[in-house]
Design a protein around this ligand. Structure first.
Ligand SMILES: Nc1ncnc2c1ncn2[C@@H]1O[C@H](COP(=O)(O)OP(=O)(O)OP(=O)(O)O)[C@@H](O)[C@H]1O
Ligand SMILES: [Mg+2]
Length: 266
């Protein structure tokens, strides 16, 4: 196992920044859950991983990592005024180390600050921070958000999370269309979360035909474990459940793409 971790790190250390954006077509599809699980998995492999919460108003990523928003905790709010001249060291210092050694940047302290933010600010902050981590994950608000589009469209990899429901699939399609308009060249992974298998009202083939994209990972619905483990402050990927198997599949898929960025273009 140790050997795997060492080689995983070695291949990541000398490469370009690797930014992975997590987006969901509708609220509550599991974007933040999957982003935090992947981050904790990568960190458990010895990889230095940062996570920026770009769900500017309602982000709750800090809760998944037990990170209190005390006066001492830096957030995106502290970086925005310096976005234009930010270097990677300053950006990195705003991320707080958490108990699982994932470095987290919570979103805005004051939602009113959004009126002074331009998309270029967020792009500069993310680009600067990404230089200090092996992998930087970005958790986005659901739906299409003009402020975060430039960050998402220039990520190496986009994780598009949907549930097998019409409203969520429609939202996912709007994201794909918006990013195509931005001439996005990122790689994509489509994740169908909260699946109940054959009892899903939409079949996988219908989802794929509508989105024009193959599914990379299907993750099962497991409200009982998701709720209990989250409330106990535990990560889902560590358990022996179908849910954990899906999360691990996603996390390993992301890791292999980070190790071999050329496969994004295949
Ligand atoms: N596969 C799953 N099975 C059961 N519950 C799940 C699953 N995935 C996520 N959940 C639960 O769904 C809820 C919403 O998840 P999460 O906050 O990750 O969604 P989100 O897309 O980030 O939502 P938001 O729009 O609020 O940002 C959480 O209570 C989470 O535990
Ligand atoms: Mg979320």
């Amino acid at each position: 196992m140790r050997r795997f971790e060492d080689s995983a790190l070695k291949r990541l250390e000398n490469q370009d920044p690797f930014i992975v954006s997590f987006v969901g077509g509708k609220g509550g599809v599991g974007t933040t859950t999957l982003c935090s699980e992947v981050a904790a998995f990568l960190s458990s492999k010895g990889i230095e991983v940062g996570v920026a919460d770009l769900d500017l108003f309602g982000g709750d990523l800090n809760i998944k990592f037990d990170l209190a928003l005390s006066g001492k905790t830096h957030t995106l709010s502290d970086l925005v005024p310096f976005a234009e001249e930010l270097d990677s060291g300053v950006a990195r210092n705003a991320f707080s180390e958490t108990r699982v050694h994932v470095y987290v940047l919570p979103p805005l302290k004051n939602p009113r600050q959004v009126s002074s933010i331009y998309p270029s600010h967020l792009k500069k902050i993310i680009d600067a921070a990404s230089q200090s981590f092996n992998i930087l994950l970005v958790d986005c608000a659901s739906g299409v958000n003009p402020l975060t589009l430039p960050v998402v469209s220039t990520s190496k990899l986009i994780i598009l999370v949907t549930t097998p429901e019409i409203a969520s699939i429609s939202g996912a399609k709007r994201i794909i269309d918006a990013l195509e308009e931005e001439s996005c060249t990122s790689g994509w992974l489509l994740v169908v979360n909260r699946s109940i298998g054959a009892r899903d009202s939409l079949a996988l083939a219908e989802i794929e035909a509508f989105l024009g994209m193959r599914t990379s990972v299907i993750i099962s619905e497991d409200t009982e474990n998701a709720r209990r483990l989250t409330d106990e402050g535990r990560f889902l990927f560590r358990e022996k459940t179908h849910l954990a198997r899906g999360i691990l599949l996603l996390a390993r898929n992301i890791l292999s793409r980070a190790q071999r960025p050329s496969i994004l273009l295949e």
